[in-house]
Design a protein around this ligand. Sequence first.
Ligand code: SAH
Length: 493
Amino acid sequence: MSTEWKKNRDSSRPQGKRPEAARRPGGKKFSATNRPATAEDLRAGDQIVVTIKRIGINGEGVGYYKRKAVFIDGTLPEEVVKATVTKVEPSYMTARLDEVEKASPHRQKPPCPVYDSCGGCQLQHMTYEAQLRAKEELVREAFRRYAGMEAAPIRPILGMNNPWSYRNKAQLQLGRTGEQVVAGLYSPGTHKLVDITGCAIHDPAINRVTETVAKLLGELDIPVYNERTRQGVVRTIVARVGRQSGEIQLTLITAADRIPDRERLVRRIRDELPQVTTIAQNLNREASPLIFGAKTTVLWGKERLDETLGDVRFSLSPRAFFQLNPEQTVKLYDAVREAAALTGEELVVDAYCGTGTIGLWLAPHAREVRGIELIPEAVDDARDNARASGAANARFFVGRAEQLLPEWVQRGIRPDVVVVDPPRTGCERPLLLALAEAKPARLVYVSCNPSTLAKDCLVLLGQGYRLDWIQPVDMFPQTAHVECVIGMQRIDT
Ligand code: SAH
């Protein structure tokens, strides 16, 4: 649970008429007329009645009990709910939903049968329209709280017409129930594997692949890995579809070099799943949460998966990162292109460039693109992608954005446009300072975390930049994630 929402800024909290502080056994029920004097008197196990005000950054409902924030999963704004306190911290509480006393008109029955146990989605109990409004509100709240903006220039969020079947990649753990091999996800904080057959946010083509491969592993009696005993071979199935090519890249992640009956498995997969164009094996013996290990071998088929996004061509090795929702990625990158406002003359720096997608999106409209990325393999992929797209004016460098950019500026390399797309933690301070030094005419900030975005934006506003607009994009419908692009311009040059 986040501790970001520390201060209670909400004055419309529920008011208890007859505060009652003294004698309070644990597990007591507190209604509107029977309530402890302060939230500090509450303990885990007490039942409270709360009105939900908004959706928090993890998709939970946020309400207030005696001025103290209460986070309750599965609740919606404007609902009145009964909940049992599960944790009391100095600045917030968490509680478990017992009963919805007054339901929101935006509440719906989650379409997914394993919504509660899987943990992959957080907002399926909310209509899609309401999800979009809640995400806009999350962004608004972040800019209010962290940038002090009461009316941030937020554009309407870009949602999906069909907010299902959008994920182009599945990454499923394997387990056994009796004779059957199950492919699924671990329920959060547990070792319980939830079977997510037919997952409604996955592309149906990859569901077919993961389900068929799990079935074949069972039929051929190939041992699946057991997290507890650390015995067995196949740990994870990764299936990725190229939306343009229709090709499917399948990777089996194994804890041992040798897959028993490998030839037969490959033959059966080829027979039953003709769309699969690559069958690869990746070896990961470690007991770490990382999915992929270092060594990948193609057992059959093509080395790489071909994919196209707009005019940009990608050639993806099994481990290469690629955006999970291509349809929305195009909208995101188009917003980046709009903010960059290129004429063909500019030097663009794509900081935190990953596999170079944003830089390559902009390259046809710029004089030169220079990407900076920490992970050398991603830079290799970026260079491959540049070659596949014929982008001769894009170059990619391994390094830390906060080190390389200041170095370039010192050497007299002055970007006209800088795009940053940092991890959730936001930009490092030295990078923000280097931007003040480099003085690009335009800054484009892509972010998956509205809170760090708003904080960094505030710093940039103090460094001679103006905020033009904030464009939220719904990259992951049914989940609490929200991505934003902001466009900034230099006002004092
Ligand atoms: N722009 C990319 C993805 C960005 S994800 C796209 O649209 O696909 C953020 C990237 O920043 C990751 O690839 C991560 O490896 C990289 N990164 C993290 N810290 C960094 C740093 N200090 N300097 C440069 N890159 C960094």
